[in-house]
Design a protein around this ligand. Structure first.
Ligand code: ANZ
Ligand code: ZN
Length: 859
């Protein structure tokens, strides 16, 4: 009577065994080839979700596989533990951000352990602890000393009611998330890291990252945004503050004959000069100062302008005068803070021109449409030949750009430039739960680095979230210190670092974590770069770019001989689930008093899978008697749609291996994986089937060549699949091999196949594999067993039939492995009894061999 594989009893036993044996602790001093497998570390929000489970399962399979193939593997885990949610929790639930975060880490660590991941827990770190962020402060000061950190004024979102700076995510429709007050733009002195120093190198480095997805490289390239531009000067109709010229910046000098206006930013010196004499202009500028600072906020805001009454002379025809506006969509910190507008070929300019009645002139042909008078409200930003542009007519865009730049340089009114979209990285955050910036401001000495032996600058524990704003700033004593230079009373910097700083070097700290410094150079270099990094595509731009920058910055100051932190990158798809809802229109109509005014009434109430009961095709919700339950789209699991499946009860019911198996099996890893009940049940049934196979193993005699071939093809194929992260293909090969073993009669081959399949599934279903390994009487743990080796001879597709002729007549047929050599075929033919009889002791005169086909013996 076969038993059932019982993960509830088995899983924990093996998890404990691995832990006690220190199986997955990485030895930096090992002589084995090293492999560093890393998944993006989680934010400790409270619970592990299915997206984490999928991400970590993939990394785990690779890590376990690399161990079995003889590598010393580093596969660590930690917590990206600073950030706003902890502060929000502090304000809403009155818990300390530290207590909230550490409690979440506790819970999530337990959840991860239940999944049996092969992690080196001895290297666990949390970025919110002083033994991490203290070292980060030291690195910050190293970059400060190297001139890679500076301070400048920059705009922030200011909530005038809560009296606090808001992050872009806290600005909702231009209003503060808590106060609902319209957000203002304010200038504050803030810290910046000089990422633009590395723009060229960050761009060039992308070319070598051939194990990165093309789309991520492209996203990085676009973000860095190298482009050719032209800076040139318009002559103004009258001087402003003694300046008779206005410098603008364009990346489309080819469109110069389509210009219909000039515009400057609200905080441009020209705008300020105009405002000093014109109250209306001043009021307009103040209006521009409201609203969020994010690019999206500015992009979506209505285009507004103020006509200064000044004009600018067109560089190719001075009597052609363009009106000069102050406009809200021009930014001061890009280019020169001033532009010329080409409505026909730029949508912002189009919106503006249609609103303020400026001409819209076509200068790029759209197919055979060359009409100067542009129709419609949609700018044409596509490619085409130049029209209505004098000496540029008939050129393509690139040629025309060069031609205009050449003329501007010749005539001395402008210069061609290389422009970067990339800005320096503003790292100041006006909040509590982050790394304190280790700087002291002294009235005599200016900003001074905290001496390294005074690090970490620890966060104070006794803080007050009752009053809004930055608690560090309001703390009664924390910021009052003596100047490290002159000893006078001075003030600590109360800004903390952007959490992206925490994640820009955690992979280095994982590789090496001495107490007295951020990392040991030689030890870190032994592991880096990360061989395979796995995470969500939502981090494809900023996190990866900042980490690439930070690594280069450490490289520049001689701390690390590595430039690219992540040699291989994989971005996995999401875990999705059906959504369920009740359409409440009918409900609201029947309860008139509940109909909210306007269109604001919710028409869908989302239900979680647990609220649903299924009867065949029909769904009902006991909590909503009488209302039909509708099935919505399959979407990424999210709290707002309530389509989240919590991993814990699933692990309780099916065990870790079934969950892992399902995560790997149904979809290619880069695609979305729809979570289904049927899917997890199927995975669970397969673990049972494997277990029955192992339990039913009986030692047999004799070889089964076809099973041997199948086995060795599977060994070779799965190795390749795992290396390529094609886990679903590896799983499919396990299914096939299982079928073949089930069908085979007992034999020595079958016994070998069963012992081998245990090693093949060990990276994916490690608990079942350990239990099986033990049941089969093997020694040690399968986690430590070597990966099976494929015999190349058995990889050959099939046997072929060889015709053996004597003097052109068929006398025998042999079977031989495809590709057998001529000499071997000849020997096989001569060894045949039938042939020997034909030859009757005589020596053949000649033997002709056609490989894989025939041997002809001339007697
Ligand atoms: C004329 C023009 C014609 C432009 C056209 C675009 C399209 P990218 O390419 O993203 O770098 N610009 C320049 N400085 C600006 C500022 N401070 N605030 C807002 N917009 C600014 O963007 C460069 C283009 O953005 C520049 O090229 C300029 O408009 C605008 F068919 O000049 B263009
Ligand atoms: Zn001082």
């Amino acid at each position: 009577m076969p038993s059932r594989f019982n993960p509830q009893a088995v899983d924990q036993r093996w998890q404990k065994a691995w832990e006690e044996a220190g199986t997955f602790a990485a030895d930096s001093a090992s002589a084995k080839p090293k492999s560093y497998v890393l998944e993006m570390f989680p934010y400790p929000s409270g619970r592990i979700h299915m997206g984490h489970v999928r991400n970590y399962t993939m990394g785990d399979v690779l890590a376990r596989y690399r161990r079995m193939t003889g590598h010393e593997v580093l596969h660590p885990m930690g917590w990206d533990a600073f950030g706003m949610p902890a502060e929000n929790a502090a304000m809403e639930k009155k818990v300390h951000p530290g207590a909230w975060t550490r409690g979440n880490i506790e819970a999530m660590r337990g959840q991860l352990k239940r999944l049996g991941f092969a992690l080196d827990w001895t290297r666990e770190l949390a970025t919110c602890e002083p033994d991490y962020y203290g070292h980060e402060q030291a690195l910050f000061l190293d970059l400060f000393a190297a001139g890679l950190v500076y301070r400048k004024e920059s705009a922030v979102n200011w909530d005038p009611v809560d009296m606090t700076v808001l992050a872009n995510e806290q600005v909702i429709d231009g209003k503060g998330w808590r106060s609902g007050a319209p957000v203002e733009r304010r200038k504050l002195s803030q810290w910046f890291l000089k990422i633009t120093d590395f723009a060229e190198d960050l761009l060039a480095g992308l070319g070598e990252l051939d194990q990165w997805p093309d789309k991520v490289r492209l996203m990085q390239e676009n973000w860095i945004g190298k482009s050719r531009g032209l800076r040139f000067r318009f002559t103004l109709s009258e001087p402003v503050n003694g300046q008779s010229q206005l410098q603008v910046f364009t990346t489309r000098p080819d469109t110069i004959f389509g210009a219909s206006f000039v515009a400057v930013a609200a905080d441009h010196p020209l705008a300020e000069a105009v405002a000093s004499k014109n109250a209306e202009a001043a009021a307009f500028i103040a209006q521009c100062q409201s609203g969020g600072t994010s690019a999206a906020d500015i992009e979506s805001a209505e285009k507004l302008g103020f006509d200064t009454g000044l004009t600018a002379a067109h560089p190719f025809q001075p009597e052609w005068e363009l009106p000069v506006y102050i406009a809200n969509f021009v930014l001061m910190d890009y280019g020169t803070g001033a532009i010329f507008g080409v409505p026909a070929h730029d949508q912002r300019d189009m919106d503006f021109a249609r609103k303020y009645g400026q001409p819209v002139r076509r200068v790029i042909a759209e197919g055979d449409d060359t009409d100067s008078d542009f129709e419609g409200d949609e700018a044409f930003s596509g490619d085409g030949l130049l029209v209505n542009s004098r000496f540029l007519d008939g050129m393509d865009v690139e040629t025309a750009k060069s031609a205009v730049i050449a003329r501007a340089e010749e005539e001395g009114w402008g210069e061609g430039t290389t422009e970067w979209r990339l800005r320096d990285w503003g790292v100041s955050r006006q909040r509590y739960w982050g790394t304190p910036i280790p700087i002291v401001h002294c009235e005599n000495c200016g900003p001074i680095a905290v001496p390294k032996d005074e690090l970490p600058v620890a966060l104070p524990e006794d803080i007050d979230f009752e009053t809004p704003g930055n608690p560090l700033d309001r703390h009664p004593t924390w910021k009052h210190v003596e100047c490290p230079e002159c000893g006078e009373a001075a003030l600590r910097e109360t800004d903390t670092l952007d959490t992206f700083v925490n994640s820009s070097w955690y992979f280095i700290r994982f590789a090496s974590q001495p107490d007295d410094k951020p990392f040991d150079t030689a030890e870190a270099e032994a592991w880096l770069p990360v061989d395979q990094y796995i995470g969500g595509v939502e981090h494809a731009i900023l996190h990866l770019l900042y980490a690439r920058f930070w690594t280069r910055a450490l490289n520049r100051i001689g701390m690390l001989d590595v430039k690219e932190p992540f040699a291989g990158l994989f971005t996995q798809g999401m875990v999705t689930h059906e959504t369920y809802y009740i359409d409440t229109k009918a409900y609201y109509l029947s309860e008139q008093e509940n109909v909210q005014s306007g269109s604001g009434a919710a028409t869908r109430i989302w239900l979680s899978p647990e609220e649903i009961e299924r009867d065949g095709e029909t769904l009902t919700a006991p909590g909503w008697p009488g209302f039909p339950v509708e099935i919505g789209r399959i979407e990424k699991m999210s709290k707002s749609k309530k389509n989240v499946v919590d991993p814990d009860p699933i692990v309780d019911q099916y065990g870790a291996d079934a969950v892992r198996w399902f995560m790997l099996s149904d979809s290619p890893p880069e695609r979305d994986l729809p979570w289904t009940e049927a899917g997890i049940e199927g995975a669970w049934r397969f673990t049972q089937r494997l277990w029955r196979l192992i339990e039913g193993n009986a030692p047999g005699q004799g070889a089964d060549e076809s099973l041997d071939r199948k086995l060795h093809q599977t060994i070779a194929g799965i190795g390749e699949d795992i290396e390529a992260l094609s886990f679903n293909k590896a799983v499919a090969k396990i299914y096939e091999l299982t079928n073949a073993i089930e069908k085979a009669e007992p034999s020595a081959s079958r016994d070998t196949a069963i012992r081998t399949i245990v090693r093949l599934v060990a990276p994916m279903a490690p608990h079942l594999a350990e239990e099986s390994w033990q049941a089969l009487g093997e020694t040690g743990m399968v986690a430590d067993a070597p990966w099976p080796e494929a015999d190349p001879a058995l990889l050959v597709e099939d046997e072929v039939t060889i015709a053996v002729q004597v003097n052109g007549k068929l006398r025998d047929t042999l079977s031989a492995a495809k590709g057998t050599s001529k000499a071997d075929l000849e020997a096989l033919a001569l060894a045949s009894e039938k042939i020997a009889r034909q030859l009757d002791g005589g020596t053949p005169k000649k033997i002709i061999v056609v490989p894989d086909r025939l041997v002809n013996i001339v007697a």
